[in-house]
Design a binder for this molecule. Structure first.
Ligand code: NAD
Ligand code: MG
Length: 396
């Protein structure tokens, strides 16, 4: 086995998952080489990361931000190449000398570089669940054809993955169904009648996890779990009825596999993304993650509840989208992305997120052929966003 460092690209390195990834990397000098980084907005943090990890390439979305980084990088005397735009992201993710790609961009914007990494046969660490929700079969085909190794980073999917044998061909015979756990978010016990008054600040205050804004709102509506059901369908090749959700407010059991013989395998840990990130980075080995350890002696009780459909209507949309016409999951994702952005901007209320999602899924026909390509998915994503924007105009 080669002892050279694993060459790693982090897409979305300035976000919550991106910074946690660099935190794990920094604990293992010599094991990883940071080959590339990218950020959408946080130029100062990206520069700090350049100084510390000296990547060969960084990618920014606009020439203006790139120019600022280029000047600062030159001043620091670094050889980092600063590139611009979506195509540069794809090229960085597929570059020949790159071993692994951490996909930590939020939203469908992460799909093109994920596909590029998959087609180039990389070890692909997938946090960016929206990319798989939108990409579906096309994404999984790219992984198979490119010979990529797809490693789930979402904590629930990492848990399932850790409970399964390394030999994927044994999965179908082993799994009866899986149980995704959900914390229930900040409004688990709040009177559903008052949910329309929720503010963005209340919605992003998650009781157990510190995360980016979009996934925090998704956790409050439980659309995050809906997206995770769709993500699990593709990662583990399951039928919708094989994916169950249970509320587990303590977020200690990260998910479970119920085997054909009735045996239940679970993965436990403190709620810290550094654990699934470290596993993705080191698989099939295990390395220090830096996460606090579970203390059984002082652990609170572990409790379980069924999800309340009145409080969390979004969960049913996952099943509806999985059973709907091809492309329905991409439509649902697009509606949710624009609805969450509008809620965070203060233009729609919290419960309107669900109306926008349900009505877009119901009202827009995806018209996607079985032989669709990336461009067809991106076009569908644009149409669904426009449809949802129009619905929101009518709501106001
Ligand atoms: P975040 O908002 O903290 O970070 C997102 C990153 O993506 C940032 O670096 C940002 O600059 C970049 N980005 C945003 N929009 C972009 C665009 N249009 N083009 C290119 N880059 C863009 O998000 P996060 O919480 O780190 O989540 C990242 C992904 O991981 C999401 O898909 C989320 O669902 C998933 N995830 C996150 C957690 C968590 O604990 N944060 C857990 C499980 C899964
Ligand atoms: Mg998750």
């Amino acid at each position: 086995m080669s002892t050279r460092p694993q060459r790693l690209v982090i897409l979305g390195s300035t976000g919550s998952v991106g910074t946690s990834t660099l935190d794990v990397v920094a604990r293992h000098p010599g094991r990883f080489e940071v080959a590339g980084l990218s950020s959408n907005q946080r130029v100062d943090l990206l520069l700090e990361q350049c100084r510390r990890f000296q990547p060969r390439v960084v990618v920014l979305p606009t020439e203006e931000r790139a120019a600022a980084v280029r000047a600062a990088v030159a001043e620091l005397g670094l050889a980092t190449e600063v590139r611009v735009g979506a195509q540069a992201l794809c090229e960085m993710a597929a570059a020949e000398d790159v071993d692994s790609v951490m996909a930590a961009i939020v939203g469908a914007a992460g799909l093109p570089p994920c596909l590029a990494a998959a087609r180039a046969g990389k070890r692909l660490l997938l946090a960016n669940k929206e990319a798989l929700v939108v990409g579906g079969a096309l994404f999984m085909r790219a992984v198979a054809e490119g010979g990529a190794t797809l490693l789930p980073i979402d904590s629930e999917h990492s848990a399932i993955f850790q409970c399964l044998p390394e030999d994927r061909s044994a999965w179908a015979r082993r799994i009866d169904h899986i149980v995704l756990t959900a914390s229930g978010g900040p409004f688990r016990t709040r009177d559903p009648e008052t949910l329309h008054t929720v503010t963005p600040a209340q919605a992003v205050a998650h009781p157990n996890w510190v995360m980016g804004q979009k996934i925090s709102v998704d956790s409050a509506t439980m659309m995050n779990k809906a997206l995770e059901v769709i993500e699990a369908r593709w990662l583990f090749d399951l039928a919708p009825e094989q994916i169950k959700v249970v509320i587990h407010p303590q977020s200690i059991i990260h998910s479970m596999v119920v085997c054909r013989d009735g045996s239940v395998l679970a993965q436990l840990g403190t709620p810290d993304m550094k654990v699934p990130i470290a596993y993705g980075l080191s698989f099939p080995e295990r390395i220090e993650s830096g996460a606090p350890r579970l203390d059984f002696m002082s652990m609170r009780e572990l409790s379980f509840e069924p999800p309340d459909a009145r409080r969390f209507p979004g969960l049913q949309l996952a099943t509806a989208a999985l059973r709907g016409p091809l492309g329905s999951t991409a439509v649902l994702n697009a509606a949710n992305e624009v609805a969450v952005a509008a809620f965070l901007a203060g233009t729609i209320g919290f419960t309107a997120i669900h109306s926008v999602n349900a009505n877009t899924l119901e009202g827009l026909e995806p018209r996607l052929g079985a032989d669709h390509r990336l461009d067809d998915l991106l076009e569908l994503d644009r149409r669904a966003r426009a449809f949802a924007q129009q619905l929101m105009k009518e709501l106001r």
